[in-house]
Structure formats: C-alpha cells, structure tokens
Design a protein around this ligand. Sequence first.
Ligand code: FES
Ligand code: FES
Length: 166
Amino acid sequence: MAENVRVNVTVNGESRSSDVEPRLLLVHYLRDTLGLTGTHIGCDTSNCGACTVLLDGESVKSCTVLAVQADGADVKTIEGMAPAGNGALHPIQEAFWEHHGLQCGYCTPGMIMAAADLLKRNPNPTEEEVRHGLEGNLCRCTGYHNIVKAVMAAAESMRSGEGVPA
Ligand code: FES
Ligand code: FES
C-alpha cells in the first residue's frame, strides 16, 4: 500500500493538516476525515455536481480532485458560506430559502457553491447564463425553475450590497 502523504489545506478559513492516502478523493477527505458532511456525493461518474466546493475560489467537483492536489489550497465548503456567529445565511442560501429552490435538498450545497463561483465571475447574469452556469449540477426534483429564480434573486441582493460577498 502506498505511503500516506501529508496535506495542508485551509478549509473554511481554518488550517487543517492530515496524513492521507494518495488516492483519497477531496470529497472523502472533507466528509470522512474532516467531518464536513454538507458536501454530498450524488454519483460515481463526476456528473451530478453535489460534491461541488470552491478550490482557491473556483468551483470544482471534489470527487474529481485528489486530496493531495488540494495541498496548499484554500477550500470553501457549504459549511463556510454563512457568516460566522450571527445566525445569518449567505445571500445565496437566503435566496434558495425564499424562492423554494429545493425540494429534497440533496443537490443544494453543490448548487450554492457553483452559484457562488458563477456570481463572482458574472454578478449580473441572464437567466440563460444562470442555467448554463449550473449545467454541471443535477437536480432531480425541482425542474430548476426555482433554483434559477433563487440565483437571480441572490445576484440582485449581492449587487445591492446586501449580505456578505461569496
Ligand atoms: S459526486 Fe461529484 S459529481 Fe457527483
Ligand atoms: S432538491 Fe432534490 S435533487 Fe435537488
């Protein structure tokens, strides 16, 4: 068996250091080693996007990245989205809540992380651009209509400076 490798990662603003198997996927590192189970696993084909996190600010499917590839990187998961301490939600979370952007909620963490990346790159997207930006995230129960509405609403509130930046 291959030797474990030390990885140093900043996760949601906290430095974490672990010895991991070289083949360990980032999603398993986050969920099983660090206990951050808000990042979901929805497929074994890199298709669903439920495992999406921000890696150095860019959305990635964490089931397609090895934990060792995240060495030295800054990772943000759904647990790091809400501002700490005051019980408030991130504007994207708030908008999903307000606009009923979920049913079972399984895809929601990945959707929110993908939306955060999308809105950082394009703070004023059209509906079509939102649909395109979330193409890699599958939701099997909402038909996307309310998800798109939620992301459009989040974009608007973030542009007007409400809440916290992504
Ligand atoms: S679990 Fe990563 S894309 Fe489905
Ligand atoms: S809300 Fe159920 S899969 Fe998206």
